[in-house]
Design a protein around this ligand. Structure first.
Ligand SMILES: Cc1cc2nc3c(=O)[nH]c(=O)nc-3n(C[C@H](O)[C@H](O)[C@H](O)COP(=O)(O)O)c2cc1C
Length: 213
């Protein structure tokens, strides 16, 4: 095994202070997201999504953020996938943006609901032909015997939808995570990092606390 104990970086990009924080966490997220784009980090909208199964076991996977605003954070997936089954019995989810090259992470917890069919359709038709077919090809998370099954299915679908008009599958669409807690983490020198947690109060306002690193 390589000497993992010796792998250590000092986080020197600069701290995060209460006075520089936006009172609104969505606007704060927007600022950081733009900075992630400007820094040209790979897949800045890739996020780890955690869900919980009926036995209370957490599961994680990467999905892509496709929209965000004050109503929440949207990703698209298969409504019959493992994650979808978890969300049916437990709508709590957690997402994490691992913007490690910026010495940052953002963690968002919330309650998930499906987006409207109209919203899913609007996004679906904006996807390239291959991605629209991709949504049809796979019964996501089911056990399959070989890759060739998928390739045969893809060929069949290419013929079926050769005019390019691919309908929105009823089993595919978006979820919106309506945030209840949003934490911004910025690495600091000597492992003295900055963490700020925005929590949604019952009156709908966001409260901000500094957390120990
Ligand atoms: C960079 C990256 C982006 C991904 N984006 C998505 C996505 O937006 N939607 C999706 O359903 N799966 C996406 N996946 C695949 C998921 O990680 C996962 O394999 C799939 O959704 C099945 O998860 P589940 O079995 O837990 O439901 C992505 C994987 C990677 C590595």
């Amino acid at each position: 095994m390589p000497n993992l104990g010796a792998l250590r970086e000092e986080y020197l990009r600069g701290g995060l202070s209460r006075e520089n924080l936006n009172e609104n966490p969505i606007e704060q997220f927007s600022t950081w997201f733009q900075q992630a784009l400007d820094a040209e980090i790979a897949e800045p909208n890739a996020m780890t999504l955690a869900t919980v199964d009926p036995e209370n076991r957490p599961w994680q996977r990467t999905v892509l953020l496709k929209a965000y605003d004050e109503h929440g954070f949207v990703f698209y997936t298969n409504y019959e996938s493992r994650k979808a089954k978890h969300l049916l019995t437990n709508p709590h989810a957690s997402i994490l943006f691992p913007w490690v090259t910026l010495e940052r992470q953002v963690i968002i917890n919330g309650i998930v609901e499906k987006v409207s069919t109209a919203e899913s359709l609007k996004y679906f038709v904006s996807r390239p032909f291959s991605s629209r077919l991709g949504a049809w090809v796979s019964q996501q998370s089911s056990v399959i015997s070989s890759r060739s099954l998928l390739e045969a299915k893809l060929q069949e679908l290419k013929n079926k939808f050769k005019d390019g008009d691919v309908p929105l599958p009823s089993f595919w669409g978006g979820y919106r995570i309506k945030p209840t807690d949003i934490e911004f983490w910025q690495g600091g020198a000597g492992r003295v990092h900055d963490r700020f947690l925005y929590s949604k109060a019952s009156n709908g306002n966001w409260e901000i606390d500094r957390l120990a690193p």
